[in-house]
Design a protein around this ligand. Structure first.
Ligand SMILES: Cc1ncc(C[n+]2csc(CCOP(=O)(O)OP(=O)(O)O)c2C)c(N)n1
Ligand code: SF4
Ligand code: SF4
Length: 818
């Protein structure tokens, strides 16, 4: 029988309380607070939940999904309030645990869920330390979701949040796949209530940007309360008054140990595979656990083969603090333990510490980042893959005395993986898809600098100017834009610099960077790029009111006297609405304005106002913004192909047009966002058409297609069927994956879809890994392993030959549709 039963609906992912639902990892996290309140209600508790934090990949879309699910959340008293930035959000979480100090408390407790990407976790060092010391409420609990981007696929630096959590003495969990997301989240909340700790949870692309069926049947199962931990008098939860030394003692002496006892009682870490005479142990946490399970499958290590080798596998759900009893039981009788972790080692050091005092003759060797001769074994920096783990594991297993058949099998498989690895190193795609500003993006104009000047970049879409010819160099983390100049200016003869600062970033924390520059009397001009959206993360609104006029007043209050407001329509800003002395200019005069301000000593500012083109497109579609009825065309008979319109506009809708008389230019009317900056070069080839509309493409009538033939064969799905779908933003890649997944769900089959979208919306590559199977147990690892794609569907030729795509294909196995 299939996995799902009964009728299917899109709301089911939030309304259904048992059985299977089909959802994304982000949607699982939306479901989490509702599930918690439902559990509490079943226990007779009247609780609420408070979700706050700040967006950023891989949790970039969490806020949007929470907004979309508002009507469901309200039924469970779940309040979502995005933070102005991450640490202020975390402070509000701290408050949620203080509810019962308030005489008017309306609930028995509030579950606090904080979210942010890795750099946001870093920002929260101080508040996490304070909040964790103060503790969680008995009927509340705090879960901090850290979106870690180990491979820096959509970040300015690769990161892992593990050390930040450890520094604040916060225990943290690490689900190995989307299937565990809700279960572990609930467990983290229960652990937080029990231990008084704030509990972290690491989520990464492979777990949160994945879609799959999830089994809800354990959602209401109670957790086990430890019997081997003695609660100190007064318990471990938040209280007031609370002396700081008493708080610290409670944290140091009890809270972490209570969390460990809870982990032990609930078997958060556990042996998941064992052999009668086990001699070789493998330990892995999070994604690495599913990677190594897949590597075992790929190597042909079935349970029978594993028993012959003597394998034992340990799944770690809580990497820190590592529960010691489980480690000791796991290690008994083993010759060697192979510990697999992506990026820096956390578990490995703790296991070494745990086994340090064991007798030499019974202590297993520990292999992980280092081998037993202290030589580098697993990489620190790169992401681990199933293929690389299969090779590494084989290398270690071949050191054992193994049955010759197993040796031959492992050698053959590892050689195959190594061979592919070698060819992949050489594979260089002839061209790549580099993300770029969207057509009509305001940053095309705003990030220009006048000759003789230089600019510094910051966080946001405008970051992409670093790879354009824009005299823009170096960048900072979010909210410190321009401040490196404070450390350079006193020591250089360079007189002035421009700093780009997005409006989202200004609201988040960047206004303080400006204060720093003013305070240090730096000679700098901030270009505040007001595009009316937090564009890079999906076009969210600011998390509060922020108008260009308001910014001028704030800048004025900081002491800046040279302020310009540059826009397409300067008349829209009468003097009474902007700060005293603010000067207005049309955006066509930007160069002149910049040449003026760079001569004015001290900190100056230009507020550049133009709405994000992607946002305009969305608003026009929804009828929230007027769609101008003017279009620009290039008359190819007049065009001389000089390319000046591309240079002027930097716009990707100005495309080459190959003609008998050589390469000319044309405007792609379907992608043009009507910002009209290409016409600025006063070229006579431009033709303006007013009032005309584009001829609509006639949709294909399904009846005209006739009878579509059934496929000659369909895969049985006994084994997973792997489909790689590649393209760029807007080519329907994510839709194809979503349709296939939902179709499989409707047929009662299992699927797992991993969307690697990065900067797809800005013309970057997007690749979906779609895995279909008869049952869930076969598809727990979301990535397609090298050379195992059965089908490649490419909506873009360049992405089809990109290294990430082509390495999934294998000539004897993969069918391609381009
Ligand atoms: C501390 C931190 N939080 C979140 C992010 C994720 N992030 C990257 S770009 C961005 C949006 C920036 O928006 P804005 O400044 O308005 O620039 P735009 O993208 O609109 O050009 C965010 C939130 C981050 N890089 N660092
Ligand atoms: S999303 Fe908006 S700000 Fe970002 S590149 Fe596109 S148009 Fe520019
Ligand atoms: S349209 Fe004008 S500016 Fe653009 S390539 Fe042709 S001649 Fe040059």
């Amino acid at each position: 029988m299939g996995i799902n039963q009964g009728p299917i609906s899109l709301d089911q992912k939030y309304t259904q309380s048992s059985g299977h639902v089909f959802l994304t990892g982000i949607q699982a996290l939306v479901r989490l607070p509702m599930a918690q309140v439902r559990r509490d209600r079943a226990m007779g508790l009247n609780t609420a939940a408070f979700v706050t934090g700040y967006r950023g990949s891989p949790l970039g879309g969490y806020d949007q999904q929470l907004h979309a699910a508002r009507k469901h959340l309200e039924q469970y008293n779940v309040k979502f309030q995005p933070g102005v930035n991450e640490d202020l959000a975390a402070t509000a979480i701290w408050g949620s645990q203080q509810l019962n100090l308030s005489p008017g408390a309306k609930f028995d407790g509030i579950t606090g869920i904080w979210y942010g990407k890795g750099p946001g976790v870093d920002r929260c060092g101080d508040v996490f330390r304070h909040g964790n010391a103060a503790g969680s409420a008995k009927n509340g609990g705090v879960l901090c979701l850290a979106g870690d981007d180990h491979g820096a696929k959509s970040s300015t630096v690769p990161h892992q949040s593990d050390h930040a959590f450890i520094s604040a003495l916060m225990p943290y969990l690490y689900p190995s796949s989307i299937h565990e997301m809700i279960e572990m989240g609930l467990l983290g909340i229960a652990m937080s209530r029990y231990s008084g700790c704030w509990v972290g949870m690491k989520v990464i692309t492979e777990t949160v940007e994945t879609t799959a069926e999830i089994n809800l049947n354990d959602e209401m199962t109670p957790f086990i309360i430890p019997t081997d931990f003695e609660m100190p008098p007064g318990g471990l939860n938040l209280r007031w008054p609370d002396d700081r030394y008493a708080q610290d003692k409670r944290l140091q002496d009890y809270k972490g140990f209570a969390a460990v006892a809870f982990a032990r009682a609930n078997k958060i870490n556990r042996i998941t595979m064992d052999s009668p005479n086990a001699r070789y142990g493998i330990m892995a946490s999070g994604k690495s656990y599913e990677d190594i399970r897949q590597a075992l499958r790929e190597l042909g290590i079935t349970p029978e083969v594993a028993a012959k080798i003597g394998l034992r596998l340990y799944k770690i759900g809580m990497p820190w603090p590592l529960e010691p009893e489980g480690v000791r039981q796991f290690a008994v009788g083993l010759e060697e333990i192979f510990i697999i972790e992506e990026r820096r080692e956390i578990v490995e050091n703790q296991v070494k510490q745990e086994l340090f005092n064991w007798r030499d003759d019974v202590r297993p060797r520990i292999i992980g980042k280092m081998d037993n001769h202290d030589k580098r074994f697993l990489p620190f920096a790169e992401e681990l893959s199933v293929a690389s783990l299969a090779s590494s594991l084989t290398e270690r297993l071949l050191q054992l005395d193994l049955n010759p058949e197993i040796v031959a099998m492992l050698r053959a498989k590892a050689d195959w993986f190594n061979g592919r690895q070698a060819t992949q190193v050489q594979a260089v795609a002839p061209v790549t898809r580099t993300p770029y500003f969207c057509s009509g993006c305001p940053h095309n104009t705003s990030t220009k600098v006048p000759e003789g000047s230089r600019a510094m970049a910051g966080i946001g879409c405008h970051f992409m100017s670093l790879w354009m010819d824009r005299n823009t160099e170096t960048y900072t983390h979010m909210g410190a834009e321009g401040v490196p100049w404070v450390g350079i200016a006193p020591f250089t003869n360079e007189k002035h610099i421009f700093a780009n600062l997005g409006d989202g970033t200004y609201f988040h924390s960047g206004s303080l960077a400006i204060r720093q520059s003013v305070a240090s009397k730096a000679n700098i001009t901030y270009k505040i790029l007001y595009n009316d959206a937090v564009a890079m993360t999906g076009g969210q609104r600011h998390d509060g009111d922020l108008s260009p006029q308001q910014i001028t007043f704030q800048l004025h209050s900081e002491g800046i006297r040279e302020i310009w407001l540059v826009s397409e329509n300067p008349d829209a800003y009468p003097a009474s609405t902007i700060a005293p002395g603010t000067k207005l200019a049309h955006r066509d005069e930007l160069d002149k304005v910049m040449r003026t301000v760079r001569e004015v000593p001290g900190c100056s500012a230009i507020v550049f106002v133009q709405t994000c083109a992607a946002e305009k497109r969305r608003r026009r579609k929804r009828g929230l913004m007027e769609d101008p009825n003017k279009r620009l065309f290039i008359n190819s008979a007049v065009c001389e192909g000089c390319g000046d319109c591309s240079v002027q506009s930097n716009c990707i809708s100005v495309e080459p047009l190959e003609t008998e008389l050589g390469r000319k230019r044309t405007i792609n009317q379907s992608s043009c966002n009507k910002d009209y900056s290409c016409v600025k070069g006063f070229c006579p080839s431009f033709v303006t058409v007013e009032g005309g509309t584009l001829r609509k493409r006639v949709p294909v009538a399904l009846d005209d297609l006739g009878e579509l033939p059934e496929p000659a064969t369909t895969p049985s799905l006994e084994k997973p069927y792997n489909i790689a779908v590649g393209g760029v933003g807007g080519t329907g890649v994510l839709t194809i994956g979503a349709l296939l997944g939902m179709a499989a769900h409707i047929e009662g089959k299992a699927s797992m879809i991993l969307d690697m979208s990065g900067l797809a919306q800005k013309g970057g590559a997007v690749l979906s890994h779609v895995r279909l199977s008869q049952n869930t147990a076969n598809v727990t690892c979301s990535r397609i392993v090298t050379g195992t794609a059965d089908l490649l569907i490419a909506a873009d030729e360049v992405v089809a030959v990109a290294k990430e795509t082509i390495t999934l294909a294998e000539s004897s196995r993969t069918y391609g549709v381009i």
